[in-house]
Design a protein around this ligand. Structure first.
Ligand code: FAD
Ligand code: EPU
Length: 339
């Protein structure tokens, strides 16, 4: 039977190391324990907070409800055809360990997504992405438990409505499902994606026959380590804002004053701007006021003194106002705030 721990400090359960408390905390390892936790919450009228690795949440105050740590474990090869393997992983498996496991087994497709923190269950929520690949590119299906009915439902790629840092679980179905497993469609022969600028640059002097998925994974890990702080030593939640999507007209207006602005084409009418570049150019790199702006990547806010998430939100507000007044661009927060 699961233990319901009262007044539980969540500092070790969020990578921002915010020292706030949940009214109750429980770890669940299977659907039976999860259903019991949902019953406990219903009977005691407690709001719910689902926790994976806690690497994409900002806890700015005590949580007046039940925090449920999803710890479903296990992975299996569910089927294969001539070209593909379908690997199912439970929600509580660590993402980065899963990527390494697939590389060891020579199941290809996840290499660009190496070293992203967090667990399998949260990965579809914002369709995690890095270095030219998103979860949707390797996704087959997922299972999720509907909170209201207790039914387990399978979601196809179409049903998930994946977008840039987005899915149906952040929109129409927000807070209605708990993801219990994800099945990935991986390839038996390598199919390398090396168009992302930083990755392409790192491979300039490597001959084509030497470029393997293992090498791509290693380079991605090296780039990440050079820019992104390790949350264990410097608490953070990765990118604090999404890269904003603006019209080509807005881009042209910005280019009048800032010809070097970094922009990626989306379609004929819109582009994605590098928010890190905007924040950097607006002069925020190295800023420190309780929370801080990371020296190597201005898109990452850090919490070196392990303060409440509210200290980080204060700095985020200053940055948003500054980017709006300098470039006329509105930034949207990427990690979700609680309560
Ligand atoms: P959590 O923070 O625990 O949860 C995130 C959200 O999902 C919360 O709303 C939570 O309630 C919900 N949730 C968690 N598990 C479940 C579940 N099983 N069912 C339903 N809801 C659930 N992200 C990228 O996309 N690309 C990157 O390159 C990247 N780099 C990062 C680098 C660093 C250093 C850090 C700290 C973060 C980075 N992130 C990146 C963000 C983060 O790693 C991802 O968003 C990750 O998927 C979060 O997983 P988690 O288990 O920690 O989620
Ligand atoms: N840049 C600067 N100064 C900075 C930061 C960035 O000039 O301080 C410039 C870089 O030189 C580069 C451009 O901005 O030209 C983009 O930078 P980078 O390649 O580091 O990527 P990003 O757009 O800042 C996004 C994701 C990351 C992901 C990387 C790699 C978002 C919000 N962030 O960052 O995801 O790892 O691309 O694909 O899309 C996360 O979501 O937490 C995350 C870390």
């Amino acid at each position: 039977m699961s233990l319901y721990l009262p007044h539980f400090n969540l500092q070790n359960y969020n990578t921002l190391a915010s020292p706030v408390c949940a009214e109750f905390f429980v770890s669940v390892k299977d659907e039976v324990e999860l259903m019991a936790a949902l019953k406990f919450a219903k009977e005691n009228n407690l709001p719910l907070l689902f926790l994976g690795g806690g690497s994409n949440i900002v806890l700015h105050d005590d949580f007046p409800g039940l925090a449920i740590h999803i710890q479903f474990m296990g992975k299996e090869l569910v089927r294969e055809d001539l070209e593909h393997v379908y690997i199912k992983a439970a929600a509580g498996e660590n993402w980065s360990d899963f990527v390494d496991y697939c590389l060891d087994e020579q199941f290809w497709g996840l290499e660009n997504l190496s070293l992203i923190p967090g667990n399998i269950g949260a990965a579809p929520i914002q369709n995690i992405g890095a270095y030219g690949v998103e979860l949707k590119d390797v996704f087959s299906e997922l299972t999720a438990l509907e909170i209201k009915s207790g039914l387990s439902i399978t979601f196809t790629p179409e049903a998930c409505q994946f977008g840039y840092r987005d899915s149906v679980f952040k929109n129409a179905l927000k807070d209605q499902f708990i993801i219990t497993s994800v099945t990935f469609k991986l390839t038996k022969s390598p199919s390398l994606k090396i168009h992302y600028p930083a990755l392409r640059d790192a491979l300039t002097n490597v001959s084509a026959d030497k470029i393997t998925p293992e090498l791509v994974s290693q380079i991605v890990c090296d780039i990440r380590r050079s820019k992104l702080p390790d949350p264990k030593t410097i608490p953070n939640v990765g990118s604090f804002f999404k890269n904003p999507i603006v019209s080509t007209a807005t881009l042209s207006a910005i280019q009048q004053s800032f010809p070097n602005v970094v922009a990626y084409p989306i379609d004929d009418n819109s582009v994605k701007l590098a928010a890190g570049w905007l924040i950097d150019k607006a002069g925020w790199k190295g800023f420190r006021q309780g929370a801080a702006v990371h020296e190597q990547q201005a898109l990452v806010l850090t919490n070196p003194y392990r303060l409440s998430g509210s200290a980080v939100l204060e700095v985020a507000e200053l940055i948003k106002a500054s980017v709006l007044s300098t470039f006329g661009v509105e930034l949207e927060q990427e990690p979700r705030s609680y309560p």
